[in-house]
Structure formats: structure tokens, C-alpha cells
Design a protein around this ligand. Sequence first.
Ligand code: PEP
Length: 255
Amino acid sequence: MKRQRIVAGNWKMNNNFDEGRDLTISIIQKLGPSGTLAVLCPPFIHLNYMSTLAKGIANLKLGAQNCHTEANGAYTGEISAPMLKSVGAEFVILGHSERREYFGETDDFLAKKVGAVLASELRPIFCVGEKLESREAGEQESVVSSQLEGGLFHLSAEQMSKVVIAYEPVWAIGTGKTASKEQAQEMHKFIRSLVAKKYNDNLADLTTILYGGSCKPDNAKELFSQPDVDGGLIGGASLKAADFVAIVNSFPDSK
Ligand code: PEP
């Protein structure tokens, strides 16, 4: 069995209802059948309608950008995993650096969110990645390994088999600075080795690991040609249908 290739679009807090509908329709018109799964992660308000648009398209799924740890209750302003499931989401991005930085999300809190997502039979896209100062100090591997330990490695192997990991060096997100293909490959290989050590080689081999950070149509091909890069988590470029679909189609034929 081969690993699943995924290109996920993180729209962040962009697109009102009409803009989101138009972007989705445009992506659907451009997206041909392919072995790569495209996952659109819009703001919550779009999910219900977008799931009606995406119905029946085998290589297009929907995801959310966050959810709460609890299924329901007095948590004003929050959205739960069962709610996301009820409007057609299949994935949830967790631990994005913007959530860690601006909303103070810790590894412990994220571990609870991962549990909530899996309990609703949704799949977490769990983000890890170092800041510039850690990269400059050569500490990128210890940062990433502690994020994985704290947020994911309490899971059983069965649970872990549902998780997608996204390596997103914080210094590359929204900055136009992309990790080189060598930097991406080195970190993805390291992450896979940690999954193998914690679980087993087979699970590590099947784990989809995405790269995120200023991934665009003109650099996706070389990033996706790396043996341990199984796709991308795309911010800015996911807001343009042609760019997003070009990235979805950026895997070499041999992969
Ligand atoms: C992201 O926010 O997950 C991301 C990768 O953003 P960008 O592609 O804009 O760097």
C-alpha cells in the first residue's frame, strides 16, 4: 500500500460566503481526477454548502481549521468535532503555528483536541515546525520532536494511522521564504524516523507528511519530488484556484 498524497488548502480567515462558493466552484472546474487528495479547509461558515458542492468528487474533501476539545457545552464561540462532522468535514487542522502563537495553544491542549477529532472519526492534520531562532540555533529537530511527543505520541497505533502530519517551519509561513527541498526532506525523514521508533516501520511508512510554508506552483514540483514529502499544506496559494490545482498536480509521475 502506498502513502496517501494530500494537498490541503488552508484558507485561514479569508473569503466571505460568495467568494468561498466561487473559489470552490472554480477549483472543482479545474480539478481533474487524480491520485492526489485535495482537501479544502475554509472558515467554518463555508463547510455546509461546500460539502454539497464537493459531493461525489472522489479526490476532493473538506477540512476545518480548528475545533474545541469538548463535544458540546458552555463554550461560547467554539465549534466541536461532532458539529464539523455533521456538515461534511473529514479533516481538522490542529496546532497551526498561528493557533499556537496567537491563541496560546499548548501541546497538552492540542493532545486533547486530537482526541476529540479522532473520537468523531475525523482526521487531524497536525502541524509542527520550528521558529527562525530555533532553526538558526540548530534546534529544529528537538522542537519538532517535542511537539510530536506532546501532541500526538500518546495515541495508539490504530489512532496514529488516521493522523496526517504537516511540517511547517514557522519562518516559511506567509513569508515567501520556502524551505529548500533538502531542508524539507531532511525534516520529513526525521519525523518519519520518530514515528517508526515510537510505533513501527510499517506505520511510519504509511504516514502522510505534508510540507507547508510558501509552497507555490513554481516550487511545489521540487518539494514534492522528495521521497518523504507526501504533499503540502498551502496557505496563500490556496486562495487562487489555478495555483491550488497546479500544486495538486505537482507530483512527479514516478511517485
Ligand atoms: C499555512 O498557513 O499553513 C501556510 C503554509 O501558509 P503559506 O502557504 O501562505 O505560507
